[in-house]
Design a protein around this ligand. Structure first.
Ligand SMILES: [Zn+2]
Length: 393
């Protein structure tokens, strides 16, 4: 009782003190109290209530790593992590990249196991480290693999392709599940069109007309897939060419995508307006040695083509490229009349962005490179060898 009396008298005293204050002070205290109430309410709403009810918090953690293998040759090798699920897509252009791939992947894969190996098509710049050779192990021998998904068709007869088939079949005989992308699309046997990778993250095999029809271009046989994470979608089409992209658009309902791995290393024969106008990508990763004359000595048609840069610029300037080389004019002319370029004698590819790491966690997207995180348009290589599209000025 005594305590209560004391409290009551304290309250009365405070009330008396308050009544003595000037009107200005009374308004100040009232405003302060209102601000505290609103502040506390806002904190509860945004920091506690909203966090609990945010739909994205149910989605697993996701990252894609576009490897830079450090040699002068363009090739794909992409590591994807969705929650605890590990996926390796393609295996570089040279068999001796295997230790570089293994060292990088093993930072994330601690149990020696890949849940999925996806090999998009049979060209050397995608299968080399899966094939291996007499001195370099095959990735098939370095990891336990649950499920191998690869291309249903190939016209290849190369040694590296034959070795790939041998290694893949041996792995399947040893217990890995092996399906073609067509098996997956058709849900044949135990193959599935859609796999759940983690909470709220799915891998969906798309229909490519050239899974079951012949093409004069091996690239068109590429496995095409999309990864869905809530409202974010990530599209991978291997080296699919113009005809393949047209069929892809015709046969699949494609969403707008957060990330697109530019088709065929930024070749002008892929990433067509037909596809881009539907997927309207926010971020683009290009895996290539920009400016290497490996495939052409026509400056504007080295990867990534000027033409594809111009088409991409309509949708985004968030474009990132793994590595690059310098070019110089030889003073000679190509058969098409354009100047003939070369890479300087003894030149080595250098990192542009380096390994490109795209992450989406709790709906927050980050895109960074291990060398730097600058956009292609701001790189010295781009400023020297490409013309800036009007949208990027
Ligand atoms: Zn390729």
């Amino acid at each position: 009782m005594a305590k209560k009396t004391i409290t009551k008298s304290k309250v009365n005293k405070a009330a008396k003190e308050y009544s003595k204050l000037s009107t200005g002070w009374k308004i100040f205290i009232a405003v302060l109290l209102i601000a505290i109430v609103i502040g506390a309410g806002a904190y509860y709403y945004f920091a506690i209530y909203k966090k609990k009810s945010a739909p994205t918090s149910a989605l697993g953690q996701f990252s894609v790593h576009f490897l830079e293998l450090g040699n002068n040759y363009t090739g794909d090798c992409i590591y994807i992590k969705a929650g605890d699920t590990d996926i390796l897509v393609d295996g570089g252009s040279r068999t001796n990249s295997v230790s570089t791939i293994q060292t990088y992947v093993n930072q994330y894969v601690k149990d020696g196991k890949l849940e999925y190996a996806i090999i998009t098509h049979a060209d050397q710049d995608h299968i080399a480290c899966w094939a291996g050779d007499n001195t370099n192990s095959s990735l098939f021998d370095l990891y336990d693999i649950d499920t191998i998904i690869d291309f249903p068709k190939s016209d290849k007869t190369s040694q590296v392709y034959n070795r790939y088939v041998l290694k893949r079949d041996a792995k399947a005989d040893a217990g890995s599940k092996h399906y073609t992308a067509l098996d997956c699309y058709n849900n044949t046997g135990n193959a599935k069109r859609e796999y759940t990778l983690a909470d709220g993250i799915t891998l969906q095999i798309l229909y490519n007309y050239y899974y079951e029809n012949s093409s004069s271009d091996e690239n068109n046989y590429s496995v095409c897939f999309i990864i869905n994470q809530g409202t974010n979608h990530y599209l991978f089409t291997g080296d699919l060419e113009k005809d393949g992209e047209a069929k892809l658009v015709e046969h699949n309902t494609l969403p707008k995508v957060t990330l697109f791995k530019a088709g065929h290393h930024g070749s002008g024969t892929s990433s067509t307006d037909k596809l881009l106008s539907i997927i309207q990508p926010e971020y683009i990763a290009i895996t290539c040695v920009a400016g290497s004359v490996e495939y052409t000595k026509d400056k504007d048609n080295t990867f990534p083509y000027q033409a594809v840069v111009d088409r991409i610029a309509k949708y985004t300037d968030n474009v990132f490229v793994t590595s690059c080389m310098d070019m110089e004019d030889t003073g000679e002319t190509l058969s098409n009349g354009n100047p003939k370029y070369k890479n300087p004698d003894g030149a080595k590819a250098r990192a542009l962005n380096g390994i490109i790491i795209f992450e989406c966690n709790d709906n927050i997207v980050t895109f960074k490179g291990t060398n730097n995180s600058i956009k292609l348009k701001d790189s010295d290589w781009f400023k020297t060898y490409r013309t800036t599209p009007t949208q990027w000025v």
